[in-house]
Design a binder for this molecule. Structure first.
Ligand SMILES: C[S@@+](CC[C@H](N)C(=O)[O-])C[C@H]1O[C@@H](n2cnc3c(N)ncnc32)[C@H](O)[C@@H]1O
Length: 241
């Protein structure tokens, strides 16, 4: 996709995104960086795992503003050993344009200069049509691919088995399609044994769907106004216990 077109539905400002279609925010506006670190990095144990796993694959349902990707890339750049490869595969049905990403991501430029510029350069648009391989210093390699389609569809041809998932597709009550049991089963099928997921929601249907998808699921304290989140690891074939 040469040019990702303006997503006219989404309301954006510096550090803020809201979808009137789904009636939900992209992230909690008070401290999105702390929220992403708490929910997605820490509950996938990325600060520890990225230090010791030379080839690591992240899967994300809902690329949105790219904030989770920027924070992951920044972490990996700082802690992963020389020679490591990070593969980041995401799906996004309603992509923001590059110009919109630059507006929404403006506060993160100073915090994560290298990750911000790598993602919000031409790599974003290129990665929306094919996997982009970016060689970096210390013989590290970053591979980025964003499927511009519905999550259920993308999961039928997911390109790599995933070590850690970010399930970030708006609240289940507002966007049930993203959390349909068939989507969660697709997540399970594309996960290594012992691979993990983290999500901001702990809705009971989501937990049940993830259990049916072969994950051991834990509910714990959520971020900010969210009482609970859930995380887990894959321990069986989807549907088999
Ligand atoms: C909460 S936002 C994601 C925030 C994002 N992870 C970030 O770091 O900014 C949810 C995203 O899921 C996308 N989405 C909603 N339904 C989808 C679907 N069925 N398939 C793919 N993407 C979907 C929305 O367009 C939106 O960008």
């Amino acid at each position: 996709m040469e040019n990702v077109k303006e997503n006219q539905e989404t309301i954006i400002a510096s550090g803020y995104g809201f979808s009137p279609v789904f009636d939900d925010v992209y992230f909690q506006p008070c401290d999105p960086v702390a929220e992403s670190r708490y929910v997605f990095m820490n509950h996938n144990f990325l600060p520890q795992r990225l230090r010791v796993t030379p080839t690591f694959t992240i899967g994300e349902l809902g690329f949105g503003s790219g904030l989770n990707a920027i924070i992951t890339l920044d972490l990996w750049l700082r802690v992963a050993p020389a020679g490591s490869t990070l593969r980041y595969c995401a799906v996004e049905q309603y992509p923001l344009s590059l110009a919109q990403l630059r507006v929404i991501g403006e506060p993160w430029q100073a915090l994560f200069p290298m990750a911000h510029s790598l993602l919000l350069s031409h790599h974003y648009q290129d990665a929306c049509s094919q996997a982009i391989t970016i060689p970096l210093q210390d013989n590290k390699t970053f591979i980025l691919q964003i499927f511009v389609q519905d999550a259920a569809q993308a999961l039928t041809h997911w390109p790599a088995t995933v070590d850690a998932w970010f399930l970030d597709g708006f609240a289940p009550a507002k966007n049930p399609t993203m959390w349909h049991p068939s989507v969660l089963s697709g997540v399970g099928q594309n996960t290594f044994w012992g691979g993990t997921f983290a999500t901001f929601t702990a809705a009971s249907d989501v937990r049940r769907g993830l259990q049916a998808a072969g994950f051991h699921v834990f509910r714990t304290k959520g971020y900010g106004q969210k009482r609970h989140l859930c995380w887990g690891y894959r321990f069986s074939n989807p549907g088999k216990f």
